[in-house]
Design a protein around this ligand. Structure first.
Ligand SMILES: [Zn+2]
Length: 195
């Protein structure tokens, strides 16, 4: 087998969360002994552990693992990074795109690390505003660039499926540090990501 992927779950946590899901499903009026639902509590327990694995991961380590000395000092942009997270108020998904830019200050970071740190922070219970700040601060404090910018556009299932039931609204959050606090630099970035 040339490539094998595997997932690891903590057995105690899986067992506890599974039992809790069993109760929730039954409290909601379903028959947990129905054939289609027999393995649902366990599957849901594993899915939730997957979706919150970010608590166990260290984004600083990930960035530090791929930082290189480099004299390039123009803007680096990674746009349209897919985002899937869970809103901490309803434990329902929110999803969309993240755009990140930074201006190096003697060091660059491997480009694939930026989507990875998005995932580390997204795979936790979140609010979009804090997610934006955490990505921004992590890059700013670890890479120490001349500037960093983060824009997130996301749709929130808690708005779309319940509450105000607004299917087409998206929420945009943004944060800027260093050079991006200058209006010209910020506008250049926003233009390059098509905003
Ligand atoms: Zn919500």
């Amino acid at each position: 087998m040339p490539y094998k992927t595997f997932e690891e779950y903590n057995d105690n946590i899986t067992e506890n969360v599974k039992n809790n899901y069993q109760e929730i499903i039954s409290d909601l009026g379903e028959d947990t002994n129905r054939e289609g639902l027999l393995k649902t509590p366990e599957r849901a327990a594993k899915a939730m552990q997957f979706l919150t694995q970010g608590y166990e991961q260290d984004p600083v380590e990930i960035l530090k693992g791929a930082m290189f000395k480099e004299s390039y000092n123009e803007m680096v942009i990674v746009k349209d990074i897919e985002l899937y997270s869970l809103c901490e108020h309803h434990i329902l998904p929110f999803f969309g795109k993240v755009h990140i830019a930074y201006i190096p200050n003697g060091q660059i970071v491997g480009l694939s690390k930026l989507p990875r740190i998005v995932d580390v922070f997204a795979r936790r219970l979140q609010v979009q505003e804090r997610l934006t700040e955490q990505i921004l601060d992590c890059i700013n404090d670890t890479l120490k660039p001349q500037g960093v910018a983060v824009v997130i556009e996301a749709s929130h299932m808690c708005m779309m499926m319940r509450g105000v039931q607004k299917q087409n609204s998206t929420t945009t959050t943004s944060g800027f540090r260093g050079q991006f606090e200058k209006i010209e630099t910020r506008n250049e970035f926003l233009k390059l990501i098509g905003k």
